[in-house]
Design a protein around this ligand. Structure first.
Ligand code: ZN
Length: 441
């Protein structure tokens, strides 16, 4: 059975991964056999109603059929107990999908939930077709994510994350983890773990902020490496439990390539190509905006201030540069056209950057002064005048090179593939058995 969960948390309380972590322990007590690590599936970060990380969970088990009803009860009561049901916008859902093999339709539904927008109606239709059961609370939106998590079986590129949870007494208090041990862990496990620290700011990023139960999470290529990394980090407060998840984090799974700029739709994250058509300008709050175009369309691209390195690169672009842009798409509003919120840029071709200088005096060699538009030039040293000379084109060195530019680690989305992962992508990954001790307790 595949058990999908989503939307139990709010900005003030809880975390769906924690519900899954609790269920791992409870299901083990009911003799369930895990056929995969719990899957943590990040859905489209660009949907307007997302919770914090927009992560849905799926637990895949073999079980004793006599215990089926008991298992469902345990799952539903865990969701009920640990969801922030009073919070507007928290609409939990649970899906029980009994068919062992996940059909293509459900996989496509999952892909659409990761790259675009899917509806509850569509989810309910699929649930009915495959004889699956679902329990929804309030507006039941969590059923969508629950089914999407069931359908994303992570056969392609994927990563792992080990999550350590706090004891409830510490929720809301400052997280206490030895920072030096995190930098050491990063050095010891690179390049097989990622997004541990932001080297630009010298800051640790494995510890979230906020009231949720997570103490820290370490992301990496294999279960063994995140486990090893976990053992290198020294927590300075008790860890209640920990679990290794298999995930689509750091894989760019949300981005879908479009051939033409005209195909870009709001809320559908894209990869698109175009030529810079308006020079980058700095708008208030130090964001950078420029436009790209192809034969028929033009769209705005925004590199926000927190994107750091990416923003600094974007400001060096010039009209004529040919590039590939990666990012979420903001809905157009009255004042703003369709805009791609950049996560990455791949600079494919550099246009020459040309500046115009006044020519030199032909008699004495001094650079001439312009006498105004179309009025020629005059030499300040010897007094010569020139009416037929024109400004000289000078190609200046570009301050940017061809290549890939990614938003700074601290502002990367869960799904953004970081530099460290390039070349590590898993193709048609075969999931091997679970390593020993992949959760506690
Ligand atoms: Zn002169």
């Amino acid at each position: 059975m595949h058990i999908g969960l989503d939307d139990t948390d709010s900005t003030r309380k809880g975390c769906t991964t924690y519900v899954a972590a609790l269920l791992v322990e409870k299901l083990q007590g009911l003799k369930a056999e895990f056929i995969d690590y719990p899957n943590l599936i990040r859905l489209n970060p660009n949907v307007p109603w997302k919770t914090r990380g927009n992560g849905a969970l799926c637990i895949r088990i073999l079980y004793d059929e006599n215990l089926e009803e008991r298992i469902k009860e345990v799952v539903i009561s865990a969701v009920e107990e640990h969801s922030d049901l009073e919070f507007r916008g928290t609409d939990p859902g649970v899906v029980f999908f009994r068919e062992a093999k996940i059909s293509k339709e459900v996989k496509i539904f999952a892909e659409n939930a990761i790259t675009g927008i899917v509806g509850l109606k569509e989810a309910l239709k699929l649930l009915k077709k495959f004889g699956a059961e679902a329990v929804g609370f309030k507006k039941c939106r969590g059923i969508i994510g629950g089914l999407a998590a069931v359908g994303e079986t992570l056969q392609g590129d994927h990563t792992y994350e080990i999550l350590a949870y706090r004891v409830p007494e510490n929720y809301g208090l400052k997280r206490r983890v030895d920072e030096d041990s995190i930098f050491e862990m990063d050095r010891a496990t690179a390049p097989y773990t990622f997004n541990n620290v932001d080297l630009e700011k010298g800051r640790v990023i494995i510890t979230p902020r906020g009231p949720d139960p997570i103490l820290f999470g370490i992301r990496g290529e294999r279960p063994e490496i995140v486990k090893k990394a976990f053992e290198l980090v020294k927590p300075l407060e008790p860890v209640e439990r920990w679990v290794i998840f298999r995930t689509n984090q750091g894989t760019d799974a949300h981005l879908k390539r479009v051939e033409k700029l005209g195909q870009i739709k709001p809320c559908h994250p894209v990869i698109a190509r175009g030529t810079v058509s308006t020079a980058p300008k700095i708008i208030p709050l130090r964001h950078i905006i420029f436009a790209i175009k192809d034969e028929n369309e033009q769209v705005d691209c925004a590199a926000y201030e927190p994107t750091g390195a990416l923003r600094n690169s974007a400001r060096k672009l010039v009209v004529g540069d040919y590039l590939e842009v990666y990012g979420g798409v903001r809905k157009p509003s009255e004042n703003n056209p369709l805009t791609i919120n950049l996560e990455k840029i791949r600079l494919l071709r550099l246009a020459p950057k040309i500046v115009y200088h006044n020519p030199f005096c032909q008699k004495c060699g001094k650079r001439l002064k312009s006498m105004g538009k179309d009025k020629g030039f005059r030499c300040e040293r010897c007094g010569s005048r020139y009416v037929n000379l024109e400004k000289v084109e000078v190609k200046v060195k570009r301050e940017i090179r061809k290549g890939l530019y990614i938003t700074s680690t601290r502002s990367q989305r869960h799904l953004t593939k970081p530099f460290r992962r390039y070349g590590m992508e898993k193709q048609h990954a075969k999931v091997e058995g679970l390593i020993e001790n992949w959760h506690f307790p």
